[in-house]
Ligand binder design. Structure first.
Ligand SMILES: CC(C)=CCC/C(C)=C/CC/C(C)=C/COP(=O)(O)OP(=O)(O)O
Ligand SMILES: [Zn+2]
Length: 442
């Protein structure tokens, strides 16, 4: 998405080292140079600091984050009016972030959230952006992940699974994909949120998954990443969503995996963080969308064990991307089987570099995270920067349920370590385990 410029105010003049003539830099190039300058200035301070000071420079400001997040759950100012249709998202961003930090909210606040989300639940299934608003797949995903993160029986049983199934079926369209809401757009996000919710609640069946894989397949672009809809540009957000769907429905073998890997690994740049798409700026939230997608691929390759070329062996087409289920296991067990694969394969991105970007460029001392230096903190970036930080800390860890990462894999002091997540759903792993135990009883 190169923005060309012809106006004198939106371009600059300089002399190219490769030619005699004067060249004009585009807005895109100028913005990229400015980001690199800001980021490298921050990294220069770290490089020049005495060795004993460095761990403190990359400290995770745990208490400040918890304070910023908890405050947001209790009260938000008038500027947040624009997020009125996203209130379950605010609950998820905040509560998932608090859970990643190993903390929880008091039982009164927890009960308030359950009650609030119950008022967002539509009588015909699914959750709207606020009480009385029409049900929407994005806010449904946010509400379900919030209730899973709260983890109480009251939270789990507040979800009407029967009506949810009817809602998901109503959102499914002729070609197999999903639409975001009645009459809404059909895209990869809708497919992911529908499949993730159905898998989590143990209501994913062959009717819901029919032809979804073909739709996702049709969204993989010539670059290798996945777009929101056929013919659009590959983007990290949609790539994570599309890949996660394919794994949850056990059809990852339909994707062109070498080109997907190729595209995703090149999205980590000199700034140490990830960009969302080619020729765009680094942004902390892609630490999860791109880092999470690469963590999913790492797990897929590990499922193929030593047969995978990236793990130093010969790949067999069949074993490479399919999670093996034993007889009688349901498709909704794919999420569980996925985390049981013991990682043999190393990470596909520079995990320490990403932690450096997150802790030095995205982290805000007063609490919260931001896209990049110069931007303001917000709850969305706090959630996805912390999620990406967790993914990078655990990416060498074979079995996060039973083992902790080595101190070498955690930038800064070991107290920076967050809780591990389940990368298919982006909820804290032990919260997922508890929810699975509850919902597998049905
Ligand atoms: C579960 C769920 C609902 C997932 C959503 C996934 C997601 C983040 C999709 C990204 C959408 C998109 C095209 C952003 C581009 O914004 P931009 O042009 O402002 O940013 P850019 O310059 O970084 O591409
Ligand atoms: Zn962002």
């Amino acid at each position: 998405m190169e923005s060309s410029s012809s106006s004198p105010t939106s371009s600059t003049h300089c002399f190219s080292p490769h030619s005699q003539g004067e060249v004009k830099l585009t807005i895109t190039q100028l913005e990229q140079e400015s980001v690199e300058r800001n980021v490298f200035e921050i990294y220069r301070h770290l490089a020049e600091a005495p060795p004993q000071a460095k761990p403190f420079m990359v400290q995770l400001w745990h208490d400040e984050h918890v304070e910023f997040l908890t405050k947001g759950l209790r009260k938000l100012g008038p500027n947040f009016d624009v997020l009125d249709a996203n209130r379950p998202w605010l609950c998820y961003w905040i509560l998932h972030s608090i859970a990643l930090l190993g903390e929880h909210v008091d039982s009164e606040l927890e009960n308030n959230v359950v009650d609030f989300l119950s008022r967002c639940q539509d009588k015909d299934g699914g959750y709207g952006g606020g009480p009385g608003q029409m049900p929407h797949l994005a806010t449904t995903y946010a509400a379900v992940n919030t209730l899973v993160t709260l983890g109480s029986e009251r939270a789990f049983s507040s979800i009407d699974r029967g009506k949810m199934y009817e809602f998901l079926l109503r959102m499914k369209e002729r070609r197999g994909a999903f639409r975001m809401h009645d009459g809404g757009e059909i895209d990869v996000r809708a497919c992911y949120t529908a499949v993730s919710v159905a898998s989590m609640l143990n209501i994913l069946d062959s009717v819901l998954i029919k032809d979804v894989g073909n739709f996702i397949w049709s969204c993989q672009t010539y670059e290798g990443g996945i777009a929101g809809e056929p013919g659009s540009e590959a983007h990290g957000g949609y790539t994570f969503c599309g890949l996660a769907v394919m794994i949850l429905i056990n059809e990852a073998d339909k994707l062109d995996m070498p080109s997907l890997i190729d595209w995703a690994v090149f999205r980590q740049g000199v700034e140490c963080g990830f960009q969302g798409r080619t020729n765009k700026l680094v942004d902390g939230c892609y630490s999860f969308w791109q880092g999470g997608a690469l963590a999913l691929i790492q797990k897929l390759l590990s499922a193929a064990g030593k047969e995978s070329p990236l793990c130093g062996g010969q790949a067999s087409e069949e074993s490479m991307y399919n999670i093996t289920l034993s007889r009688g296991e349901k498709l909704s067990d794919v999420g569980f089987a996925f985390m049981n694969e013991k990682t043999e394969c190393g990470p596909l991105f520079h995990t320490i570099a990403l932690q450096q970007y997150l802790l030095l460029c995205s982290q805000v001392h007063e609490g919260g995270f931001r896209d990049k230096p110069g931007k303001s903190r917000d709850h969305y970036h706090s959630c996805y920067c912390l999620s990406g930080l967790s993914v990078s800390q655990y990416s060498h860890c074979k079995d996060p349920r039973h083992n902790s990462p080595s101190p070498n894999d955690v930038l800064g002091q070991y107290s920076n370590l967050l809780e591990p997540i389940h990368p298919l759903y982006n909820v804290v792993l032990d919260k997922y385990d508890k929810a699975r135990e509850f919902f597998s009883a049905f």
